[in-house]
Design a protein around this ligand. Structure first.
Ligand SMILES: C[S@@+](CC[C@H](N)C(=O)[O-])C[C@H]1O[C@@H](n2cnc3c(N)ncnc32)[C@H](O)[C@@H]1O
Length: 252
């Protein structure tokens, strides 16, 4: 079967599971004149969806999400929450996850271990321009700015809420970090000596192409967690044993 993005696969799975659950319950009613209650239908749909998710070899946590999706909606319905709560939750997700559907890169944050490891790869005692592609809440950049006074730091972020939060944090800290609200694909990476990315496997092939065609010879391309298939990294830093948190560095 063609590999659809997981989000679209999941939509298909949920719809098919809904239809199958309705059909099964309808068929059971004929010989047994059994009238199922809504909760049974909901749990059956979740079970079927989780099974399809497994068959489609989605990551394990998606199976749990599929099993719980409709039951969670039913629970929320029973809680009689005002409609505004759903609207607020939806808007909150929109401003934080903006174009994740298209970019396939959600917001999740790097930690102190990763920040220290990135710092260990940066040039001491000389000026350089550093950019975090998809800068989230700006944590890495604030950390590096405090350690490398000679560096100039930039972040670019597509989602409005993380961008706004990093701007506010920068203002409160009197930071010189520049936060752009731009899609990194529209930037010229030749403007930077060090390009850092913590994105997703889906984003890496196109980003690597962009880096190869734009970055200057001798500049550094650093990726947290996600490597590229076409060239071995020049340096690999393991952040923690047994986890997939690894830093990859290429000298262009
Ligand atoms: C995994 S988070 C990394 C956050 C931050 N770099 C860190 O280390 O904590 C990836 C971020 O990239 C942003 N993003 C995804 N695609 C992007 C794009 N094309 N241009 C700019 N930002 C993007 C997402 O909104 C998300 O906030």
């Amino acid at each position: 079967m063609t590999r659809l993005p997981v989000s679209l696969q999941s939509l298909v799975i949920q719809c098919i599971a809904l239809l199958l659950a309705a059909l099964l319950l309808f068929l059971i009613q004929i010989p047994f004149s059994y009238q199922p209650v809504l909760w049974q239908a909901v749990v059956l749909q979740g079970g079927i969806a989780a099974l399809f998710s497994r068959v489609w070899r989605q990551p394990v946590w998606w199976q749990a999400l599929h099993a719980l999706f409709l039951p969670a909606i039913q629970l929320a319905r029973q809680a009689n929450l005002p409609a505004g709560v759903y609207l607020a939750a939806f808007l909150l997700l929109v401003v934080f996850y903006w174009s994740t559907f298209r970019t396939r890169v959600p917001l999740y944050l790097s930690d102190h271990k990763a920040w220290h490891a990135v710092a260990s790869l940066l040039p001491e005692g000389r000026a350089f321009h550093f950019i975090d592609l998809g800068s989230g809440l700006g944590g890495l950049l604030f950390h590096l700015e405090s350690r490398f006074p000679q560096g100039r730091f930039f972040g670019t972020e597509i989602a409005p809420a993380p961008w706004l939060i990093s701007r506010l944090r920068g203002w409160l800290k009197h930071s010189q970090v520049s936060f752009l609200r731009r899609d990194y694909t529209s930037l010229n990476l030749a403007d930077f000596d060090v390009v850092f990315a913590f994105l997703s496997p889906a984003a890496m092939p196109a980003l690597w192409q962009q880096a190869q065609s734009q970055m200057r010879s001798g500049s550094l391309f650093i990726s947290l967690s996600f490597t590229v298939n076409t060239r071995q990294p020049d340096r690999v830093v393991l952040l923690a044993e047994g986890t997939r948190h690894t830093l990859y560095m290429w000298r262009m």
